[in-house]
Design a protein around this ligand. Structure first.
Ligand code: AHR
Length: 488
């Protein structure tokens, strides 16, 4: 029998809601068509933003949204995206399909999206091809409430008050698409650019995020912390779950059992990456003041056949839900160092929570994984340990994280990643009895997914296959499942 032991008295830190953040880039149909359809569209919208998408994201309590990229960020010139739409510059989106970017979605539209979602904006500035002045002026334009050229321009464009910008990224992947810089060069550039990311709003400090490593580039983290650590609040980390290799990623659906196991094994590397980057950061920042910001993560498969290869559109199955659940548990367990994480990307790109096709929308299995995690937001992580039976197909038998809500309820998200076997588990609390519980589950065949014609094939449901006796909860968890227990 597997055992999960929880220590309700041992708190390990706050699970910031931002661990369940999202990322939206001007890429494929993420912004255009996915989020923004324009005021004149037949698709129901408020100020051009899709009502159905907003409602779905509000339901999972989206806490923060990163924009406008990604690689796009280091080619984005924000002044092209303000003022009357008919006068906005049209440009080529060189990174993503070479399509025309008409800039109809710019700063005002992004802030309006965040307002409708009730989430915090995380704006990513341009270091690769932008100037220090351009970045400084963007911050002034967005946030300053006094008299200044940028604040006046914002008012002339219809927005009297400045916006809150809690998070600002200084460049993206500057070791690659953001300028091919060496770590030393970028670290010095970061010091210079961030100087002009001013705090214009009394009582509010912008949380500044430096571009961090890709996967295992530990030298990058070391150099950044050494040269620029004291000037940053966060350092990013990007890690995509790519089955096989970048040339042969395989498709999002119709994969084999072996592909499934390999994908989950690869995603579990996130734990090691965070541990090792965090250990380097500890050398310069033992107090863990600087957060690790995993602002791009998720699965990356071959694009769906018949779609624009530059648009990175892929379907989403229970395999992706398992990837999401395993990562969200890992982030919770590292909440002392991980301050934010943003899955790539919001709609229609890579591991999306939502797919759209014209007026139609579907919620993916990954969406339902986020739904089952939302109650962890802002809770205290509790100490927990699993004593498990044999692994299955080189995957852990079970994986979990546990948190304490302000109302005293204990939330457990328990994953049975294995493709074949149900797992029995006993859940107990140290020095305390479990007196009652409720649970919801997400489960299905590893290839199960939702389509526009059958949008409800995969969704969460009430779970009753458990009992509480003598203060211990016993449950039988099906293979390929995520279960959220609320213990009282
Ligand atoms: O999410 C797609 C791309 O992946 C982003 O633009 C870039 O930052 C990363 O390489």
């Amino acid at each position: 029998m597997n055992k999960l032991m929880i220590q309700p008295q041992v708190k390990r830190g706050r699970i910031r809601k931002e661990l369940q953040g999202h990322f939206s880039e001007h890429l494929g149909r993420c912004i255009y068509g996915g989020v923004y359809v324009g005021e004149n569209s037949d698709i129901p919208n408020v100020n051009g933003i899709r009502k159905d998408v907003v409602q779905a994201l509000r339901d999972i309590r989206i806490p923060v949204l990163r924009w406008p990229g990604g690689c796009f960020a280091d080619e984005y010139h924000w002044k092209d995206g303000i003022g009357p739409k008919e006068k906005r510059k049209k440009m080529v989106n060189t990174h993503w399909g070479g399509v025309t970017e008409d800039n109809s979605f710019g700063t005002h539209e992004f802030m309006e999206l965040c307002r409708q979602l009730g989430c915090q904006p995380y704006v990513n500035g341009n270091v690769g091809s932008g100037t220090v002045r351009e970045m400084g002026e963007w911050v002034e334009y967005m946030t300053f409430d006094g008299i200044s050229p940028m604040a006046e321009e914002r008012r002339a464009n219809g927005h009297e008050a400045g916006w809150q910008v809690p998070f600002f990224g200084v460049g993206n992947e500057n070791w690659g698409c953001g300028g091919n810089m060496t770590p030393e060069y970028y670290a010095n550039e970061y010091r210079r650019y961030q100087t002009y990311v001013r705090n214009y709003r009394p009582g509010e400090r912008i949380y500044k995020i430096a571009c961090g490593s890709d996967g295992t580039n530990y030298e990058w983290t070391d150099t950044l912390m050494r040269i620029a650590g004291r000037y940053m609040d966060g350092l990013s980390l990007h890690y995509y779950t790519v089955p096989h290799d970048w040339q042969h990623k395989g498709s999002a659906l119709g994969f084999t059992r072996a592909d499934y196991v390999e994908t989950l094994q690869k995603t579990l590397r996130m734990d090691e990456l965070i541990t090792r980057h965090s250990a380097i950061m500890d050398r310069y920042d033992p107090e863990k003041r600087v957060g690790l910001i995993v602002d791009e993560w998720g699965t990356w498969y071959d694009v769906e056949e018949g779609t624009n290869p530059g648009f990175l559109y892929q379907q989403n199955s229970m395999r992706d839900a398992m990837v999401a659940a395993l990562n969200l548990n890992i982030f919770n367990k590292h909440c002392d160092r991980v301050h934010m994480a943003n899955i790539a990307q919001l709609v229609n790109v890579l591991q999306s929570v939502i797919l759209t096709e014209g007026p139609r929308m579907l919620l993916t299995p990954t969406y339902y994984a986020f739904k089952l995690f939302r109650d962890h937001q802002e809770n205290e992580l509790l100490s927990s340990a699993l004593l498990t039976e044999e692994t299955q197909g080189d995957l852990p038998a079970l994986q979990e994280s546990v948190s304490l809500a302000p109302d005293g309820a204990i939330h457990v998200t328990l994953v049975n990643p294995g493709p074949d076997e149900s797992r029995e588990v006993e859940i107990s609390l140290q020095d305390q009895a479990v007196s009652g519980a409720s649970a919801r589950i997400l489960t299905g065949d590893m290839n199960a997914h939702n389509t526009f014609d059958a949008p409800d094939t995969v969704k969460d449901a009430d779970f009753f296959d458990f009992s509480v006796k003598n203060g211990v909860l016993t449950a039988k968890l099906p293979p390929v499942s995520l279960t959220h227990f609320i213990l009282s």
